[in-house]
Unconditional design. Structure first.
Lengths: 180, 180
């Protein structure tokens, strides 16, 4: 099962992809960010976010998309872009027919580090350890998106071993078709 | 100059279209709502909003799009869908290359009724009077979207008579091409 995580943001929208075959450890596939210029027109930035997420989803062909749920910790003006980026990620998932799930930051932290109050450095360190990387994906938004994808594997997809097996078989069949 | 107004919402997204030729009164073109089921999946509702707005914009071919700016008057959970619908309207505008502007509810009320604290009934009544209709567009979200389009004509487009003239000439040229 391959999961694409989206850490939504207007300036930096993190994207992380991980894959897990039943009974094996999760494997790192990719991580990066879609950047938009802070002085750009808001609508052009939203369009760039949509195009970046769409390209990543079409390229990595995930079985599921996980999006971080935005909260009103800041004032609404600063969080509006984040909420809209999250909405665009959900929109892209619906358009491409890929199941999408939201996870809260606390759920992601707890899933990856065991503590709902872990900081960015702790999340990055655990992502490195779990996936056997040499260093954490950068910037932090990319590492957060990878942590989100891992959270989804453990909370949703991979806790249901049947769903994981089914997604893996489907992927192998598709890859078989491509190979022929 | 033809303006398409969007009163963003997840359950009912109002759309109103008005047109004005320089020196003439604004003319009503169309009003309606994009509805999505309250028990639908959030991502499917966002997709339906996007498709509905895109269809309206492609059909009515506005020169400008005006979107009501959402505010944190309610809690963030209930306003998140509205903020995302507004983002989708901006996204559609950017994708189709149509200029998009935000107006606050207070600006819309003041432009149409003369008072920033007018209620829905007063807005509906003024929309009827300004456009010479027999009754207000229904539901209220459709009337609000028409008011927003009128606000845009007066605040943005039509206060710049040159922009209004230019858009009208462009439209007449296009219609001329279609007629040939």
């Amino acid at each position: 099962m391959r999961v694409l995580g989206v850490d939504p943001g207007l300036t930096r929208c993190g994207i992380g992809v991980v894959e897990q075959v039943p009974g094996r450890k999760p494997v790192f596939v990719a991580a990066g960010v879609v950047r938009t210029p802070m002085n750009g027109a808001h609508e052009q930035r939203l369009l760039a976010i949509e195009q970046g997420i769409t390209q990543a989803v079409e390229f990595y062909q995930p079985d599921a998309i996980a999006v971080e749920r935005a909260f009103a910790q800041q004032n609404l003006h600063s969080v509006a872009g984040t909420i809209q980026a999250a909405g665009i990620a959900m929109l892209v998932a619906a358009r491409l027919g890929i199941p999408v799930t939201l996870h809260t930051p606390t759920e992601v932290k707890a899933a990856v580090t065991g503590s709902g109050r872990a900081d960015k450095a702790q999340i990055g360190a655990m992502v490195v350890r779990i996936l056997g990387l040499t260093e954490a994906p950068k910037p932090a938004d990319a590492a957060d998106a990878v942590a989100l994808a891992l959270c989804h594997l453990w909370r949703g997809g991979a806790t249901s071993k049947y769903a994981l097996l089914e997604a893996t078989m489907k992927r192998q069949q598709q890859q078989g078709k491509v190979a022929k």
